[in-house]
Ligand binder design. Structure first.
Ligand SMILES: *Cc1c(COP(=O)(O)O)cnc(C)c1O
Length: 233
């Protein structure tokens, strides 16, 4: 790749990053919120470590990945950078300890067995409990009816610092009311058990405005910043 090509890639990346920052700022202003209370995690799944390096050079420090092996490899390759790795994908219990080793935050806590597997008497990792907003148990996330028990389980487990809830808006319905349900669950179920665990990890490339309007504190943005993902190979 010529350096001119590399520069134009970096320029395009910077443009997309700025465009998303502007979207977040506009959405925050519309909701009378402070954009500084909103962390944008850039989701780099399927992209090479070099893209993460470029993002870091543009001031990005929060990186999201959804597959353990890929995340672990990038973490190793980029150990010289100041990055926080957010694990956002479905997580097998047998991989839990390995993910803990490099992740600053795990957004996809969805069942008691995974909580037990993440137990540690050593360092704490930030924990988000994922809520399933559909009726399909295959989508990932705990059913709303089981949320309180899972939150209590997290709170009783050493090594997990509960930050709040995470959700993915269902494709079948508008995002805004779905995100409103997450906010309501946070207020009615999480707040009485853990008053400080008010964070909400929700909002992706196409629905970040709806998420900010409903109180998102952590956006997980992929394609709007990275461009289209390479096809999985
Ligand atoms: C891929 C992914 C994202 C980012 O999606 P985009 O539509 O590319 O912004 C966010 N959250 C999760 C859980 C993901 O798997």
């Amino acid at each position: 790749m010529s350096s001119a090509h590399a520069d134009s890639n970096l320029d395009a990346l910077r443009e997309r990053l700025l465009a998303v920052r502007h979207r977040v700022e506009s959405a925050a202003a519309a909701a009378e919120r402070d954009a500084r209370d909103i962390t944008t995690i850039v989701v780099t799944k399927f992209h090479p470590a070099s893209l993460v390096r470029d993002l870091e050079s543009l001031g990005v420090h929060d990186i999201g990945e959804n597959r353990h092996q890929e995340a672990q490899a990038k973490h190793r390759e980029l150990a010289d950078l100041d990055l926080r790795w957010h694990f956002i994908g479905q997580l097998q219990s047998k991989k839990a300890r390995q993910v803990r080793a490099y992740a600053s935050a795990i957004h996809s806590i969805d069942r008691p067995a995974l909580v037990d597997a993440l137990r540690s008497e050593e360092a704490s990792v930030d924990a988000f409990v994922q809520v399933n907003l559909t009726d399909d148990p295959g989508r990932g996330g705990v059913a709303a009816a089981d949320l309180g028990a899972l939150v209590e389980h997290v709170l009783a487990t050493p090594g997990l610092r509960l930050r709040g809830l995470m959700a993915v808006a269902p494709l079948e319905e508008p995002a805004r009311p779905a995100f409103a349900r997450v906010r309501e669950l946070s207020e009615s179920v999480v707040r009485p058990l853990a008053p400080a665990a008010t964070d909400l990890s929700m909002g992706m490339s196409h629905d970040l405005e709806d998420a900010v309007a409903e109180g998102a504190t952590h956006l997980r943005i992929g394609t709007a910043i990275t461009g289209n993902r390479p096809v999985a190979g």
